[in-house]
Design a protein around this ligand. Structure first.
Ligand code: NAD
Ligand SMILES: O=C(O)C(=O)C[C@@H](O)[C@H](O)[C@H](O)COP(=O)(O)O
Ligand code: ZN
Length: 355
C-alpha cells in the first residue's frame, strides 16, 4: 500500500493527533510507532484471527476475554499488572488493537497508569473505526452503570486499517450502523439520505461504500469533538439514543444486545420522546425504523424490561445536571436539541412504547 492511498484526518484537540485510514497498514503503523516501548492490548477474537499482525507490532501482548463483560475494574487491574510486569514506564505506549471494549478500557488504563502513558488506537471493529477510537472518551462499567468511571484522554494517533473488517462477524458489522445512522440524524442530512439509498450495498459490504461511510463518520465525530472536547455542550449530541441504550444494556447485563443494537432501540425511544413533545411527527420515526430494519438492526425491545427500573438507571446518567435528566431530542434530521425537565410519565411512556 502506498502512503498516498492512506487518508489523513487531523484532530485539533488540546493534544492534537491524526487519524489514518487505509488498507494493509501494518508497515505504516510500525514505522509511525517505532522508538518507544509498545505494549499491546487486544481481545481473544482479534488475537485468534490476527496473532501474526500483533506479534509484528510487539511481543508484549495482553489478551482480554472478548465482550462487554470485560469492561470492568477487575480486568483493568489485570492490565495494570501486565504493564508493571512487562516494565512499562512513563515513556511506554499502550497500543489498543480491538473493538470499542479494548479501546475504552485500554484508553482508561493508559490515562491512569503512571498518570498517563502513550496511547494508540488500532480499531478492528467497524464501530470502533467510526466512533469509539475517535475523540478520547475512555471508560469502564461499574455496578449497574455503563461507562460510569472514565476519563478524556486523546490518543497519539489512530490507525484505521480496514483490512481488519474481513474477519468481523456480520452481527458486529451491522451494529456499527446504529452509530452511523446517529451521525445522520443529529447533524448530517446528506449522510442520512445516502444510507437510505445504499442499504443493499451496505448489507453486501461494498468496499467503496464502507470506506466512504468510515471517512464521513470520522469527519462528523472529529468536527463535534474539536468544537467541544470535554462535552460541555455540543458534544452531548453524540449521546443521541444513549440514555435509553445504556439503561437497556445494563438491565440486560450486557448479555442480550450489542452496544450498537441498544443504541438503535434507544434512538427509536428518543424519537418517540421527541414526538410526544411535538417536536416531530410519525413520518421521521417510520423512516428511521425502516432504515434500521433494512440494515438488520433491532428497532424495538424484544424482551421485557421494567420502565421504572430503566428510569432509576437513567437518574444516574452522566449528562444529568442537578438531578435533572437530560435527553438529546430532534426537531428533524440535522436538527438536534438538548432537553431537560421532561415529566417522568412521558419518559416512561417513551420506554414502554419502544417495547
Ligand atoms: N469511547 C467512545 O467514544 C465510544 C463510542 C462508541 C462505543 N463505545 C464503546 O465501545 C463498545 C462497543 O464497541 P464494539 O462494538 O467494537 O464492541 P467490542 O469491542 O466488544 O467488539 C465487538 C466484537 O467484535 C469482535 N471483533 C472486533 N474486531 C474484530 C475483527 N476484526 N475480527 C473479528 N472479530 C472482531 C470482538 O472480539 C467482539 O466480540 C462499547 O463498550 C461502547 O460503550 C465507546
Ligand atoms: O464520543 C462521544 O461523546 C459519544 O457519546 C459517543 C457514543 O457513541 C459512545 O457510546 C460513548 O461512550 C457514550 O458516552 P457516555 O459519556 O454516555 O458514556
Ligand atoms: Zn455509542
Amino acid at each position: 500500500m502506498h502512503e498516498t492511498d492512506i487518508k489523513q484526518i487531523d484532530v485539533k484537540t488540546t493534544s492534537p493527533y491524526s487519524v489514518f485510514v487505509g488498507e494493509c497498514m501494518l508497515d505504516f503503523i510500525k514505522e509511525r510507532i517505532k522508538g518507544k516501548k509498545n505494549l499491546i492490548l487486544t481481545d481473544s477474537n482479534v488475537f485468534s484471527f490476527h496473532e501474526k499482525y500483533l506479534n509484528n507490532i510487539s511481543k508484549d501482548i495482553f489478551v482480554l476475554k472478548a465482550g462487554e463483560e470485560s469492561k470492568n475494574y477487575r480486568e483493568l487491574l489485570r492490565i495494570y499488572d501486565f504493564l508493571i510486569d512487562r516494565g512499562a514506564d512513563r515513556y511506554s505506549r499502550l497500543v489498543c488493537v480491538g473493538g470499542g471494549v479494548v479501546g475504552d478500557i485500554g484508553g482508561f488504563a493508559a490515562s491512569t497508569y503512571m498518570r498517563g502513558i502513550g496511547l494508540v488506537h488500532v480499531p478492528t471493529s467497524l464501530l470502533a473505526m467510526v466512533d469509539s477510537s475517535i475523540g478520547g472518551k475512555t471508560a469502564i462499567n461499574y455496578g449497574n452503570l455503563k461507562n460510569i468511571i472514565g476519563s478524556f484522554y486523546q490518543p497519539e494517533a489512530v490507525f484505521v486499517d480496514v483490512s481488519f473488517l474481513k474477519t468481523l462477524p456480520d452481527r458486529e458489522y451491522i451494529s456499527a450502523f446504529a452509530e452511523i445512522v446517529k451521525y445522520g440524524i443529529i447533524r448530517d442530512k446528506e449522510l442520512f439520505e445516502f444510507l437510505g439509498a445504499n442499504i443493499k450495498a451496505i448489507r453486501d459490504r461494498n468496499d467503496k461504500v464502507i470506506r466512504l461511510l468510515i471517512e464521513k463518520s470520522i469527519k462528523n465525530k472529529v468536527e463535534v469533538v474539536e468544537a467541544d472536547e470535554k462535552e460541555k455542550g455540543l458534544r452531548t449530541i453524540l449521546n443521541f439514543g444513549h440514555t435509553f441504550a445504556h439503561a437497556i444494556e445494563s438491565l440486560t447485563e450486557y448479555k442480550v444486545y450489542l452496544h450498537g443494537e441498544a443504541v438503535a432501540i434507544g434512538m427509536i425511544m428518543a424519537l418517540g420522546l421527541s414526538k410526544r413533545l411535538e417536536l416531530i411527527d410519525d413520518s421521521l420515526i417510520n423512516q428511521v425504523r425502516s432504515l434500521l430494519e433494512g440494515m438488520g438492526l433491532p428497532y424495538r425491545l424484544d424482551m421485557d424490561i421494567k420502565a421504572e427500573e430503566a428510569y432509576e438507571i437513567m437518574l444516574k446518567d452522566k449528562k444529568n445536571k442537578e438531578s435533572a435528566l437530560r435527553f438529546i431530542l430532534t426537531r428533524g434530521v440535522g436538527n438536534s436539541i438538548i432537553s431537560s425537565g421532561i415529566a417522568k410519565e412521558v419518559i416512561m411512556d417513551a420506554i414502554n412504547e419502544g417495547k
